[in-house]
Design a protein around this ligand. Sequence first.
Ligand code: MN
Length: 254
Amino acid sequence: MKKRVALAGKVGKFGRMLLRRDFIKAGALAVGGVLVSAQTAKAQEGGGFTLPDLAYPLDALEPHIDATTMGIHHGKHHLAYITNLNTAVASSADLKGKTIEALLGDLHAIKDAKLMATVRNNGGGHWNHTFFWESLTPATKSGKPSDDLAAAINSAFGSLEKMKEAFAAAAMSRFGSGWAWLIEKDGKLAITSTPNQDAPMMKGVVPDAEIGKPLLGVDVWEHAYYLKYQNKRADYLAAFWNVVDWSAVSNRLG
Ligand code: MN
């Protein structure tokens, strides 16, 4: 009897331990859930945009794009655009909950000129850089244009080399900071260039003739190349082709 009581006591104690452990676990989940919800709410309150991870290490594009440039470009410049975008979105109920594409495709819906400029510059900065990182890959994986993309390039420019020349010419002639683009417009390919962080889907901001679906873009802000190439933008542009992810570019066609 005494033994059974003792056993019952042990079982009881074990049972209480289980209960306590489960309670602690459930409590931790509840607390975790609250934390996650609070973080999500805070992110949405702040605009909700976050810095995307790179699909490759910072040094994966060496020697063409150096790791130090990648680290600062992604971790500082891109992050700053996102932080500023989130602050802007948080300041206006009209902007909350929209995708970046929706914001950039309808900038003139933002009536406050200062707010519009902030979303244009920083939303553009976020979209452009996300697109840029996704357009790059280590040189060993660069590959080549798909048959369909090669045919479209040949049709518009005569050859891949001619397209690269036109693209580089647009990038070289962009005065100050901006981007050069290969876009698809009305089923045909074209080369364009935008100032600052303007992007090819910014209707009403970018000239109509230059609105299109971006297939490839190159950042020609000095922060994209100055540490390694200094004033030699042409050298950076020549090196850029080594790390273009032709599979990603090809998949954007159509
Ligand atoms: Mn940049």
